[in-house]
Every structure is written in C-alpha cells, then in structure tokens.
Design a protein around this ligand. Structure first.
Ligand code: FAD
Length: 550
C-alpha cells in the first residue's frame, strides 16, 4: 500500500507514525510545505516569551529522526498543490527548485490545519504586523522584538493564543495592549468566568480594551498607528493579530471533496471524506458536536493527535474505529490564573435552544486549613430534565486542570450532575477537601434540580421589583465594605432570631459572598413559611466582578 499525507505537524505526523506501526511494509510519504515537522505549536508563545529557552526543544521530531524511527519519506518545503481523485495522484512542488511532480496514492490523508485570519484592513501588510501559526512566524516575531528593541505591542484578539502572547510579551518587559472586538475575552467561555480573568489581566498591568475594533494601520517610521472604531489611535511598535483561524480547505475544495456547514472538510465518523480513498484530520475538518448535534471545528492539538491515531487505524484496517467527536476541552494559563472550559457554554446552549440551568460555585483548591489553598470558581450548565452535564468552566489558581479534566470526561460520557456527587477522589489536605470542588458543584446542582435551592443570577439584580427584599446575609463588617444597592443586612447567624423583620408575602433575594451562607439562609426561610426565596448563584463576588466588567 502507498499512503500519502499532506501536513506534517499535529494530525499529519500522528497519522504517519501510527500508519507505520500498523503497516510495517507500506510506502508512506508525508508532505510539509514548511521547513519543520512535528513541532510543538502550543509551545511557540512560551519560546517567544523566553520561558522555553532552547529552540530545539520545540521540535518533537525532525525529518531525519522521523525517517530513522518510522521509515517515512518526509518531504519538507514541498507543497501539495492539487489532488486528482480520479487517477489517485497529487501534484507536489519543491519550493527550493520549483520542480513539479506527481505522486500516486492508494490512500491519501489530509491534515493541512488552519490559517490565521488577516482581514483586508488598510495597512495590514505593513512591516511589524504578525500572525503566529508556525516556527517561521515565531522566529520573525522574536527577531523583530530584539532587532527593533520593541517596547510597546498591541495584541488584537483576546482568544487563547492572544492571551498567551499578551502574558509572554508582558514577561519580556513590553507594554501590552489587548484589543478585543467582543464584549468579553475568550469567546468559548461565558461572561462571568471571562470577567474573572479580565480583572486578573488588568491587575497585571495589561491594557485591555473590549468592544473595540481595529479599522486600519498606518506605518509611521518605526511606529504603527492603529486606528480604532471609536476614532482613537493607539501607537505601537509591533502588532500581533490573533483574531482566529479558518480551516485550510483549499486542496479539498479543488479536489471536489464535500465541505460542511462549518466550512471545514466534511468527514464521516471514520474520518473519511466524501471520497472513500481520502481521509482528513485536525483543524481542517468538521464533525458533529456531541452536545448540540451541530457541525463544528475544533482547533485543538489533542483532538488532532487522537484523530490521527483513529484515522490510521481506519485506513489500514478498513473503518474499524469511530471518532466520538470533541467537546472542545481547552485550558489556558493567564499569568498565575488558569482558566479552562469543556462542553458547550451556556450562551451557545441558549443559541442552540437547549434547555439548561447554570450554577456557579466557589471552592478551595484544597483544605482551607492547609497552607496555600486558593479559590476556584466552577460554572456548570446542566439539563433541567435529567441533570445531564452540558458544560464546565473553571477559573482558579491551583488544581484547575485536574477538576476540568474530571468534568470534561463526565460531559463526554454524557454523565449527570448526580454522578458528580458520587465522584470519588483522592483526598489529603494538600490536594483537596473531603468534599472536592467537583462534588460541591454536584451538590449545589442537585439542590437546584430538587428545588432545595432556587437561584437567581448576577445580571438579574436589576429586575428586583420595588417592595421585594434583597437580603445580604454576610457579616456586618463584610456588608459595610460594599453591597448590592438596595440590600438590607441580616447576617445568617442572626436570621432565626430576626425572622419578624422579613415580610412573608414578598419575594426575597438572598446573597452572601460565595453562595453557601445564602443557601443556608434560604433553607431557614423556606422552612419558616417564606415561599419565594432565591439565592444569588456565585454570590456577591461574582456579582461584583461581572458588574465591574459589564
Ligand atoms: P497543523 O499542526 O497546523 O499542521 C498543518 C501542517 O500542514 C502545517 O505545518 C502546514 O504547513 C501543512 N500544510 C498545509 N497545507 C499544505 C500543503 N498543501 N502541502 C504541504 N503541507 C501543507 N492547541 C491546544 O490544544 N492547546 C494549546 O495550548 C495550543 N496552543 C497553540 C498555540 C499556537 C501558537 C498555535 C498556532 C496553535 C495552538 N494550538 C493549541 C492548536 C494546535 O496547534 C492545532 O490545533 C493543531 O496543531 C492542529 O493540527 P493540524 O495537523 O490540523 O494542523
């Protein structure tokens, strides 16, 4: 058999290595238009920021080592420019010499990845405006900073890569401004979790500008004047565009392969394109989201690598393994904060008309009495019908990755919030609490589903009608430092003795700092003749954070 692969980084290299493990005698040729194969895209921001100091560490394999280990014919700086699916050939161009040749295949695998968006704004081609996708981009950016002694940089787009780059530029001592067109950073997460991260970024000295679009660039000597849609101009010496990517479907389209509604290469559950002899993996493909049932593209290294393995199995053994889809589990370090998400954000569930309830809990990363415990905020969304977990988002300082991975596997396995209650974890004080934050998220969700807890949300405080009661149950000293306007204060420990101060015929909206004391107060009131009692999900902390970032 003769297998050809287009693209030799995450999905392509993974497919090639697995193909060899499955078929020792096949001819395997991998084409890569860039100079490098199988490198760590995900490490590029940290090499620019000098966290990874040795450039060689970025390369998992080289063409020579890959060939030595896997007996694969690696053709770098060679671009595949066309596919002839009828005659089962590809046309390739050697970039160094311009030589064009044709290669036949039995099976072809496409892993061409995605390309960064570069909107046709005036001046976008000016020197000093970069995108970051590969090693060459990385080298240019690093060299440009050094040679031009860059001090001020503008990052356009506050997605995962934009934020990683903002941090790394900041760590290099640069003055960093981040411009984001949306009203929040990190589009895959919901506003409350984004708001926590936004506050953190600002506290680190990054100038974050939301709801702001760039309209053009003017090169002015060493400086780039960046025009904004509010009429303002910001000057910087360098600009990084990180406004997103789109799947590279050029070859697939030219070959007449089907593309889907998300504009990626359409594949079936075996990662086979509309042509049975051509498979595709990675950032370029689209498939059904296991939660919404809608077509989606995942721009993540984990899915690309895992698809490579499945794809190779299917190519060699003949469609034996189904790809289960991805729920977009992603994580990013934002200075000392970690934020991550899995599943479908509440805003996207709403857009897809999927019924859901949202609950936010704040828990310690480990037992409060053991030094170093830090708060983490977990937001989950689940089905009101059966409690099926639909998404989880976490922001915190320690142990976020562990909890996110747990929640992600529950979501992927279509488990419910009742399973979170049963989740059994390894506990000793330095690592967790006897009730882990994952259990806590489950307990609160169960209380909501069983109507032991009724919640309202930070953005509903304005809807409280005159005459209804907004009740702050924190300590008096906490209340005196700041409260939600219109609130009265009865600390939770006094509430049993002061029930006569609360009218029974009104709706009562309770809040405390994080949500727990409010829940306790609600249980007291609900069992003392008060019917309409709600507790603020995420508490005053979340209200304050979201209100500040609104
Ligand atoms: P790629 O890995 O991009 O490989 C595609 C390759 O195909 C490219 O090298 C391209 O040159 C080559 N190619 C394209 N067309 C042709 C052609 N016609 N002929 C020959 N070669 C061709 N994901 C995470 O999960 N976590 C992270 O922390 C993370 N960080 C990232 C940081 C950065 C800076 C970047 C850029 C990406 C990051 N990603 C991260 C995303 C992850 O790298 C991608 O999802 C993954 O690499 C996709 O794999 P792929 O094989 O589809 O595409």
């Amino acid at each position: 058999m003769k297998y050809l692969i287009v693209g030799a980084v995450a999905g392509g290299a993974s497919t090639a290595a697995r193909l060899r493990r499955m078929d020792e005698h096949a001819t395997i040729i991998i084409f890569e238009k860039g100079e490098y194969i199988s490198y760590a895209n995900c490490g590029l921001p940290y090499y620019i920021g000098d966290v990874i100091k040795d450039r060689n560490k970025l390369f998992v394999q080289t063409a020579i080592s890959f060939n030595a280990r896997f007996n694969i014919d690696v053709r770098v700086t060679t671009e595949v420019t066309a596919i002839d699916p009828v005659n089962k050939t590809v046309t390739a161009v050697k970039q160094a010499t311009g030589e064009v040749y044709v290669e036949t295949y039995d099976k072809l695998i496409l892993s061409p990845g995605a390309e960064p968006l570069r909107p046709p704004l005036p001046g976008i081609a000016s020197e000093g405006i970069f995108t970051l996708r590969n090693v060459n981009d990385t080298d240019y950016i690093k060299r440009y900073i050094q040679h031009n002694q860059v001090k001020k940089v503008l990052v356009i787009g506050a997605g995962f890569i934009g934020l990683e780059m903002a941090e790394n530029f900041h760590d290099l001592g640069l003055d960093v401004t981040v411009i984001e067109m949306g009203n929040q950073i990190l589009a895959p997460v919901d506003f409350p979790i984004a708001a926590i991260v936004q506050q953190h970024i600002r506290s680190k000295g990054i100038n974050l500008r939301l709801s702001t679009a760039v309209t053009g660039f003017t090169k002015n000597g060493q400086q780039i004047d960046v025009a904004l849609n509010n009429g303002e101009t910001i000057a910087a010496e360098m600009v990084l565009l990180s406004i997103g990517v789109r799947p590279d479907t050029r070859l697939a389209v030219q070959a007449g392969l089907k593309t889907g509604t998300a504009r990626g290469i359409w594949v079936n559950e075996y990662l086979q394109t509309s042509n049975p002899d051509i498979y595709a993996v990675g950032d370029a493909i689209e498939f059904e989201n296991p939660i919404t049932g809608q077509s989606m593209i995942t721009y993540l290294a984990g899915p690309a690598n895992k698809q490579g393995r499945i794809c190779a199995n299917n190519v060699v053994l003949g469609n034996v393994q189904k790809y289960q889809g991805s729920i977009n589990t992603a994580i990013v370090k934002v200075f000392d904060l970690t934020v991550g998400s899995a599943g479908t954000a509440a805003k996207h569930l709403k857009a897809a008309n999927i019924d859901h309830i949202v609950s936010t809990t704040h828990s310690g990363s480990h037992a409060a009495y053991y030094p170093g415990a830090k708060q983490m905020s977990i937001q989950i969304a689940f089905s009101p019908k059966d409690g099926r977990l639909l998404s989880a988002q976490i922001a915190g300082y320690d142990g976020v990755d562990k909890r996110l991975d747990i929640l992600s596997s529950y979501i992927k396995q279509q488990k419910t919030i009742y399973d979170l209650i049963e989740f059994e974890h390894a506990y000793a004080p330095p690592y967790s609490s006897a009730k882990d934050p994952v259990n806590m998220a489950g307990f609160v969700a169960e209380n909501i589903l069983l109507d032991r807890l009724r919640v309202f949300y930070w953005n509903e405080t304005n809807n409280i009608k005159p005459g209804d009661i907004l009740l702050d149950v924190r300590r008096t000293d906490e209340f005196s430092k700041g409260e939600i306007p219109g609130a009265i204060n009865i600390p939770v420990d006094e509430i049993r003795n002061r029930l006569d101060e609360i009218p029974t015929d009104k709706t009562i909206y309770i809040y405390c700092e994080a949500g727990l004391r409010g829940y306790l107060a609600q249980r007291i009131l609900r069992q003392s003749g008060f019917d309409n009692v709600f507790n603020l999900s995420g508490g005053y902390y979340l209200w304050k954070t979201c209100t500040a970032e609104q």
